[in-house]
Design a binder for this molecule. Structure first.
Ligand code: BG6
Length: 523
């Protein structure tokens, strides 16, 4: 309610501003061509990934007119069920479990008509004969095999596809394989998996998935950097003091205790997601926005990460594990009390690393990476911390120190780009206030619900590998983290406890404090 005249004025001003706000920009789908006709085989058809992310993504692609009836979807898994039962189970799951996905019955009806099921063991020849028969009866020989299975099947399934001659392409028929993460569990296993895969198909057929690359904000890193003239001149170690890459989560390990026990925060997030963010923010401009050009630059950047020496690994890292605490009045379990977790587990649920990149742009400038579960806020961001301005002109004022400016590339939530800077605080003396300038996705664009997998599935169908990881880059990511895994395997460096709902272990703060720096606050 408006109380005073001043309130009324303020309200009028606010209304006129909002009236003058430019309309939100809509996504432009008209320029995207319909995906070619193909059969999409979903291995691991009954799994969570298919139900929770891939099927909703396929619904959204259908909604946006990017796929039509010519895309057939075949779920492959070992349990017996009919085509109808399979499609209905997907529909029920999306309707009941996925809150932000409105299931349009008409649209679902169209998609469901194209969904069928193939029962089969992933290692049995009969399964692949069944697949061959499904391709034969389709109007086109194009096929995508999506391995949404447990990672232990990746190599075997690919070899079975190869043995059954299902990976042989012709001029009129492509054969592509999408491989989910985790791609290996260390450098040696990633190399081994690449060898097995590349024995039966060529790199152009392999689509190694990293779902972070499906996020608009991650793709926007390259556009922000390379479509704007203002950034390039200052995008180097002369003007930037350091860069922080953070992926903080408030959730714990949820139902994934047994997976996480053997994985830990480093393997789960760093060689894949955080390395992709690092590559996007630090790579050189590609000669074109084309798959090879972008992937060449990423591989070059990841290949330039300075190898961490065995005696540096502990000093350049911190790891932690969440302990029990009350968050907003609710008691939260310690990691060690979670389901399917060893009571004496030493698995890290938080990791922070310092890496250096040995190239002309970044020489001598640290990159700090951190990720963890059960932290105080959900916050995935890249914080670019600029060198401070010289202080001289502020001598003799009340200002004691100049804080650095940060450019924050906010990946999620509150997606956008924010510049923290200083302004004069109104008044007769020289005083500084911290202010910011920002661009928010939600304010600028009309956003449709999406899972992030839409672009990735569509890109695979149209044969665009830009957003998929190449063998060399994935191995460079593992090579960069291997020294830390090796040191920890020898029992070096302790896993520190941190209270659930906090900002992580003390060691992470010390990692930066030693170099007179601190983390950008979470949230
Ligand atoms: C997955 C990890 O790859 O990424 C999960 O296995 C993590 O542990 C998830 O929670 C984070 O992804 P997002 O898109 O929710 O930030």
């Amino acid at each position: 309610m408006v109380g005073s005249k001043a309130d009324a004025k303020q309200l009028a001003a606010a209304t006129s501003v909002s009236k003058n706000k430019p309309p939100k920009i809509k996504p432009d789908l008209k320029r995207a061509a319909l995906a070619p006709s193909a059969t999409l085989f979903l291995f691991g058809a009954a799994g969570d990934l298919v139900k929770r992310l891939l099927m909703p993504a396929l619904c959204n692609l259908r909604r946006d007119g990017l796929i039509d009836d010519s895309l057939r979807i075949v779920g492959v898994d070992h349990n017996p069920r009919s085509d109808g039962e399979y499609a209905d189970s997907l529909r029920d799951f999306i309707r009941d479990e996925i809150k932000n996905q409105k299931l349009d019955p008409k649209l679902w009806g169209k998609l469901a008509k194209r969904i069928s099921y193939l029962q089969g063991d992933f290692l049995a020849d009969a399964t692949y004969q069944g697949i061959a028969a499904r391709i034969k009866e389709a109007s086109s020989g194009n096929a995508v095999f999506y391995l949404a299975t447990a990672p232990r099947f990746f190599g075997d399934v690919v070899e079975c596809l190869g043995k059954a001659a299902l990976l042989q392409e012709t001029r009129s028929a492509f054969r592509r394989v999408i491989i989910e993460k985790p791609f290996g569990s260390d450098l040696a296993s990633a190399q081994q998996l690449n060898t097995r895969i590349l024995n039966v198909m060529n790199e152009k057929q392999v689509y190694r998935m990293d779902h972070f690359l499906g996020k608009e904000t991650v793709q926007n890193i390259l556009v922000s950097r390379f479509a704007n003239g203002i950034f390039e001149a200052i995008w180097n170690h002369h003007y930037i003091d350091h860069i922080q890459i953070t992926a903080a989560e408030t959730v714990g390990v949820e139902q994934r205790g047994s997976f996480y026990e053997n994985t830990g925060a480093l393997r789960d997030m760093v060689p894949n997601h955080l390395m992709q963010l690092l590559a996007m923010v630090a790579m050189e401009p590609p000669s074109a926005f084309a798959a090879d050009a972008v992937r060449d630059e990423k591989a070059k950047l990841l290949g330039a990460i300075r190898p961490t020496m065995p005696d540096e690994a502990i000093a350049n890292s911190a790891r932690g594990q969440y302990t029990a605490a009350k968050i907003d009045g609710r008691q939260v379990l310690a990691y060690r009390s979670e389901d399917k977790v060893e009571r004496s587990s030493e698995t890290e649920t938080f990791v922070a690393l310092k890496l250096m990149i040995d190239n002309w742009r970044w020489v001598g400038m640290p990159f700090y990476l951190r990720t963890g579960k059960r932290l105080s806020a959900r916050d995935t961001e890249i914080a670019i911390c600029f060198k401070p301005a010289p202080y001289a002109q502020f001598r003799g004022t009340k200002i004691r120190q100049l804080k650095p400016n940060y450019l924050i590339m906010q990946i999620q939530p509150n997606e956008g780009l924010w510049l923290d800077f200083h302004a004069k605080r109104p008044g007769p003396t020289v005083e500084i206030a911290d202010v910011d300038m920002g661009f928010s996705y939600a304010d600028a664009f009309e956003l449709q619900p999406s899972t992030g997998y839409e672009t990735l599935i569509y890109d695979c169908l149209i044969g665009d590998q830009t957003l998929f990881q190449r063998a060399d880059a994935i191995e460079s990511g593992w090579r960069a983290v291997q020294p830390f895994l090796d040191a920890w395997a020898k029992g070096e460096g302790a896993v520190e406890g941190y209270a659930a709902g906090s900002a992580g272990p003390k060691g992470a703060d010390e990692l930066l404090a030693r170099e007179k720096r601190s983390w950008h606050s979470l949230g």
